[in-house]
Design a protein around this ligand. Structure first.
Ligand code: PMP
Length: 289
């Protein structure tokens, strides 16, 4: 939870969140015209460090570009680091958001005010939690030719619908498959499978190009290819991965149980070492606060 002493970065200044408000005409609130990131920082031997900050900023830049925003990754980077310093975090979740503000109910975004905020929360979520129970969503993932797989605010209504549906049926999380039977991703995480010791990253054009996914491919040498659902459920182990989820073992998909998560837990440990700067791979992935 956010401590009351914590600061939030808003349009160039660190402020007390209680002193900040968005107006009811906020364009992003009506139409989802914003872009965000989900980033993590970890306590390391050399102090707090943000994991793969440059890559998160680049993905946010792409989303901002799609929305026609004047987004400056260098400014956003500074905002992230300034907020982290102000809040003296070790392990933290970082949420930058750029959005269109008040300026009428038209869909045109030209001339609308642009805002940028960065919030951080201390996080105690660690690897190796409970194995997730997943259900295939009745909803399809936003197709990439309708909505680019970027972290655009409005796109997440699709994830909310899928998650609500899965939870309502007693599962923890939803996964999407496409109309041709290929696996896409989860509501906020990418998917991997392990079979006979071979690690495969599920590839799909409608899925967010995950930074955790990329990290795990580099750490494990996993292949990346499209995977059909029938093949996916026949794997020895499957797991989801994302900045917030880290490496999340999956126990079950719609009643199909996966016996254990032995390889997944090894991969989770390798990821945990990398994010804390304790692995040979990826020292350049850390930005010290
Ligand atoms: N897919 C979706 C839909 C997501 O929201 C996320 C979280 N950003 C991911 C995958 C995983 O991406 P990353 O590893 O970059 O956090």
């Amino acid at each position: 939870a956010t401590a009351t002493t914590q600061k939030l970065w808003y349009d160039g200044e660190l402020a007390d969140p209680r002193a900040l408000q968005a107006t009811l005409g906020t364009h992003a609130m009506h139409y989802g015209s914003g872009v965000f990131e989900g980033i993590r920082a970890y306590a390391t031997k050399r102090g707090a460090a943000v994991f793969r900050l440059a890559e998160h900023m680049e993905r946010m830049r792409k989303g901002a570009e799609a929305l026609g925003m004047r987004f400056d990754p260098a400014q956003a980077t500074e905002a992230v680091l300034a907020t982290m310093r102000a809040n003296r975090h070790g392990d933290a979740y970082i949420r930058p958001l750029a959005w269109y503000g008040d300026g009428g109910f038209g869909l045109d975004v030209e001339g609308k005010p642009e805002h940028l905020m960065v919030a951080t929360t201390a996080t105690n979520v660690h690897l190796g939690g409970n194995r997730t129970r997943v259900s295939v969503s009745k909803w399809r993932r936003n197709p990439a030719d309708s909505l680019p797989p970027l972290k655009l605010c409005g796109a997440y209504v699709n994830s909310i619908l899928a998650k609500r549906d899965a939870k309502g049926r007693g599962f923890d999380e939803a996964m999407f498959t496409d109309a041709d039977g290929f696996v896409v991703e989860c509501t906020g995480a990418n998917l991997f499978m392990v079979r006979g010791g071979k690690v495969t990253a599920v590839e799909h054009r409608d899925a967010l190009p995950g930074i955790t996914r990329d990290t795990l491919i580099q750490l494990t040498g996993a292949e990346s290819r499209p995977v059909r659902f029938e093949e996916f459920v026949e794997a020895d182990e499957v797991f989801a991965c994302g900045t917030a989820a880290e490496v999340a073992p999956i126990a079950e998909i719609d009643g199909h149980a996966f016996r254990d998560s032995v390889v997944t837990r090894e991969i989770a440990a390798a990821y945990a070492a990398a994010v804390r700067g304790e692995s040979r791979t990826g020292a350049h992935w850390l930005t010290e606060v």
